[in-house]
Design a protein around this ligand. Structure first.
Ligand SMILES: C[S@@+](CC[C@H](N)C(=O)[O-])C[C@H]1O[C@@H](n2cnc3c(N)ncnc32)[C@H](O)[C@@H]1O
Length: 298
């Protein structure tokens, strides 16, 4: 279980948060607890949220007997309700909040979760196993136009139309139930169009899988809903850090921070997004697309 997740931009987030002993922090995306543990080490109190019960259980075990357990509250929930979760847990006057968006390595690497085009498993992709909407549902029941929109907008895939067409044809014969079924269907869409390298083929599948995951988990809407709530939870001088991996999410963060600044709520403290250093990329290639932006409340 120790490969659960390797945190990205950990030092950069901790530098921005400037953790103070005894003050309160929220980790809105617990995952393997990397950011949470670092805040705890520096003496902060943490309310940590994740949609995924497996993340909560992993950190619950890891924290046992660490001496930190009295300063950590773990909550299974959706950060789109961060304000209600914080109030319910009597967490107010927050000094810093971190969102590290997307999926954990554990989620991607667990075949039964269906997130990876490289692993055979059910076409699931739910971060929250109690949710009802799965990727299988979307792929088999959405109209072609809707699938097209998901692949175009969220996957930024220019073969979106051909791929949704291939899905519609394939599902007339048999339901698309597994990651393998979907990868084979995607192959149908580019099979006759000249030579495509294996690298490109993988890239296309990766984009289609990512687009479906974002749609299944309502990821764009969740961050849109969370940002104003996060700002309202911060105390004066409190810092909000967001790590995003997708251009749509980063654009939402960038524009929302600009709006917060324009109405005098505080200041953007990363004039340009912060990226992983070469040293971090050397040990963790997954940090390549990570962008960190931070905002300090007045
Ligand atoms: C990239 S991982 C976080 C890794 C963590 N920062 C670490 O260092 O180990 C993202 C986590 O956020 C969770 N997540 C994604 N969307 C969420 C949401 N709307 N509410 C709560 N958790 C969410 C995922 O289940 C996943 O565990």
């Amino acid at each position: 279980m120790d490969n659960f997740h390797k945190s990205v931009l950990l030092n950069e987030v901790i530098d921005l948060l400037q953790v103070e002993k005894g003050r309160k922090y929220i980790d809105a995306t617990l995952g393997g607890g990397g950011h949470t543990f670092e805040i705890l080490k520096q003496g902060g109190e943490v309310l940590a949220i994740d949609l995924d019960e497996e993340a909560i259980e992993y950190v619950k075990k890891k924290i046992l007997d660490s001496g930190f357990e009295t300063r950590l509250k773990l909550v299974k929930g959706n950060f789109s309700e961060i304000e209600a979760i914080a109030r319910k847990n009597k967490f107010d006057e927050i000094n810093g909040i971190v969102f590290d968006l997307g999926v954990s390595s554990h989620q991607i690497d667990t075949a039964e979760r269906g997130f990876s085009f490289l692993k055979k498993g059910p076409l699931d992709m739910r971060m929250d196993k109690d949710a009802t909407l799965t990727a299988e549902y979307l792929v088999n029941l959405l109209e072609k136009e809707k699938l097209n929109e998901i692949f175009n907008k969220l996957g930024q895939e220019n073969r979106a139309n051909a791929i949704s067409g291939a899905i519609i044809r394939a599902r007339r014969m048999n339901a698309i139930k597994t990651t393998e079924d979907l990868v084979n269907t995607i192959k149908e869409a580019y099979g006759f169009k000249g030579v495509i390298s294996d690298f490109q083929k993988n890239k296309i599948s990766q984009k289609i899988f990512q687009a479906l995951r974002i749609a299944v988990n309502n990821e764009i809407e969740n961050i849109r809903l969370a940002l104003p709530q996060a700002i309202s939870l911060l105390s004066s001088r409190g810092v909000l850090c967001i790590i995003s991996f997708h251009s749509i999410e980063d654009a939402i963060v960038k524009n929302t921070f600009k709006q917060f600044e324009a109405v005098g709520l505080g200041e953007i403290i990363t004039k340009k997004p912060t990226y992983a250093t070469q040293a971090e990329l050397y040990i963790n290639t997954k940090a390549k697309s990570a962008k960190l932006r931070a905002f300090r409340k007045y």
